[in-house]
Design a protein around this ligand. Structure first.
Ligand SMILES: Cc1cc2nc3c(=O)[nH]c(=O)nc-3n(C[C@H](O)[C@H](O)[C@H](O)COP(=O)(O)OP(=O)(O)OC[C@H]3O[C@@H](n4cnc5c(N)ncnc54)[C@H](O)[C@@H]3O)c2cc1C
Length: 539
């Protein structure tokens, strides 16, 4: 990055992050892993202590792998749970129990936000390039053509000035930076409120979420790790926040909905939920991420997960600029990619909310009846059970070599378990690290990589990996210098042609940037030209 010409800031860095919630902490860890000079500013002394998000998805777990913290995170979660949707009469009318592992991890797992944030904060101590400043409050920012000058207030009230190339605004739902850049939240706030009750030492043993879709009072019972559990109850019209949250009222509700009347309550609070997304996500130097950019109703457990996606989307871009792999134009695609995807997940949550909260007995009867009929259409039943209705990690437009004929470009690349020459196994991402990667797949994958190495893709530090299909062993006669492995899970054959070899450029956030089916060396040259031009256009 360029050097600063501003007068005497107290500190300088490449990226200053405001807010150490899950979004800011994830971003700081990813930048730390890449060695990008980062300052993380958080007004509180500690990371969040009260329970908030309780459901983490496979995409976020893959990002935790990229942070180098997957072992620690997995130790604190209850992996792999689904949802049972119950009718007014107590009939289980729909089950969502996904078993697939496209990205290497369970589709839904129970976790606690305080434990995740503590792990992420602890993880920062690994990186000398990241300076966390807790008990420091963001006050103001001045943006110019070369960067930002940020005014911070220390705990004792004294000022601190930070000069940075970029500012990541991860300052949550009440973001001051959203207002500063003039962004407006669009969408709506739900008229309904929910009482959230978090407890320890639950007696309820159901491993899945139980959703009681009762028009009289919708309720949800969510499992957590280590005997934790959350109950959520929709408030009825006219019910006040204070009235429903009393100890007596909570006990009464719990007695009606399960065996946890006497469990140890750690929090009871009434929330209003929002379904909103910002019209503008950034200026040239300031980028909103997480709840600062979007507010997601919790019915699909996606608010934090969307913030983790934003963090990954910013991290690789800031890194690519800092290391001169791309030009600053790579940031122009941030909003184009993230905004439609974040909104798709908000709509997904809204639709789940409609099933959860029927407005009348007639509506409940019709919706729940329709779901019950699905039992007779196995394909449809499988569609719901495997949670295929969740919006896929897919960008239609962005930092891609767009190709309207390709079903692969813009999609998150799968992560199979792979077998190496010595028969040891690994998760695929661990072989390529947090870099752009050129992945060949097919019978002649190693030969394809050997030929591709003669081309210029215009990406410094491009990693290579030859993946042979599940049914074939690695070719032991090929050049041993080419990293090679076998797709043990058979995931790539679900995405790429089986009969021909493919070459794919995967970005550091694991999205497919470009691809080609290889039938001649000219196909490789054309792919290299297109990728090189896309990277050059960002300069
Ligand atoms: C009841 C409930 C249930 C939920 N369930 C789920 C779920 O199951 N799954 C899911 O994915 N999401 C869920 N969410 C949403 C999830 O908790 C949020 O989306 C997530 O916390 C947002 O993370 P963030 O880092 O963007 O913002 P935050 O977590 O709000 O963090 C923002 C940080 O910025 C700091 N900050 C703000 N202003 C300043 C300043 N001026 N100076 C310095 N620091 C500042 C704050 O102190 C805070 O630490 C739930 C939310 C609620 C309320």
């Amino acid at each position: 990055m360029t050097t600063f010409d501003q007068a005497q800031p107290d500190k300088t860095c490449d990226v200053v992050i405001i807010g150490a919630g899950p979004t800011g902490l994830t971003l700081a860890n990813l930048l730390g892993e890449a060695g990008v000079r980062t300052i993380l500013v958080e007004r509180n002394e500690f990371t969040v202590q009260a329970p908030r998000a309780v459901s983490i998805d496979d995409e976020s777990l893959r990002t935790m792998q990229a942070c180098g913290l997957i072992k620690e995170v997995m130790a604190d979660i209850a992996p792999d749970y689904g949802s049972h949707y119950m009718s007014t009469t107590g009939v289980n009318f729909a089950r969502v129990e996904p078993t697939t592992r496209e990205y290497g991890y369970p589709r839904r797992s129970a976790f606690t936000q305080p434990e995740l944030e503590a792990t992420l904060r602890q993880g920062l101590s690994r990186w000398s390039s990241v300076e966390p400043l807790f008990q420091h409050t963001f006050e103001s920012v001045n943006e110019d053509a070369d960067g930002v000058t940020v005014e911070i207030k220390r705990l004792d009230g004294t000022p601190l000035t930070i000069r940075a190339q970029y500012l990541a605004a991860c300052d949550g739902g009440r973001s001051a930076l959203r207002k500063i850049i003039g962004a407006e939240l669009q969408g709506s706030t739900y008229p309904d409120k929910w009482l959230i009750v978090d407890m320890e030492e639950t007696k309820e043993r159901l491993r899945q979420t139980r959703v009681l879709c009762n028009p009289a009072r919708a309720a949800i019972c969510l499992p957590g790790p280590d005997g934790k559990r959350r109950y959520e109850f929709k408030l009825r019209e006219g019910e006040s926040d204070e009235e429903i949250a009393t100890e007596e009222s909570v006990k009464k509700l719990l007695a009606m909905y399960g065996p946890d009347e006497n469990a140890k309550i750690v929090r009871r609070q009434v929330y209003a939920f929002h379904a909103r997304v910002c019209d503008t996500w950034n200026t040239k130097r300031i980028y909103l991420a997480g709840d600062a950019a979007h507010l997601t109703p919790p019915f699909a457990g996606q608010g934090m997960n969307s913030g983790v996606r934003d963090a990954h989307a910013l991290a690789w871009r800031f890194t690519a600029i800092a290391k001169d792999i791309t030009g600053p134009g790579v940031l122009d695609s941030y909003q184009a990619e993230r905004k439609p995807h974040a909104w798709a997940l908000i709509e997904f949550a809204i639709n789940i909310g409609k099933v959860m909260m029927p407005t009348s007995p007639v509506q409940a009867f019709l919706v729940q009846g329709a779901f019950r009929l699905m039992r007779f259409v196995p394909k449809l039943q499988n569609y719901f059970a495997q949670m295929k209705f969740k919006p896929k990690p897919y960008y239609k437009q962005g930092f891609l070599v767009e190709d309207t004929t390709s079903k692969v470009v813009g999609r998150m690349f799968p992560q199979p378990t792979v077998e190496l020459l010595d028969r040891s196994t690994a998760k695929m991402d661990d072989l390529i690290g947090n870099h752009f990667a050129l992945i060949a797949y097919g019978e002649n994958a190693q030969g394809t990589i050997a030929r591709a190495l003669r081309e210029d893709f215009g990406i410094d530090g491009l990693r290579t990996l030859a993946v042979t299909p599940m049914r074939l062993n690695i070719d032991r006669r090929a050049d041993p210098a080419i990293p090679a492995c076998r797709d043990v899970d058979g995931l790539l054959e679900q995405m790429l042609p089986v009969a021909k070899d493919s070459l794919v450029v995967v970005r550091p956030d694991r999205y497919t940037m470009a691809t080609a089916t290889i039938t001649s060396p000219a196909d490789i040259a054309r792919l290299a030209d297109a990728v090189r031009e896309r990277v050059a256009a960002s300069r």
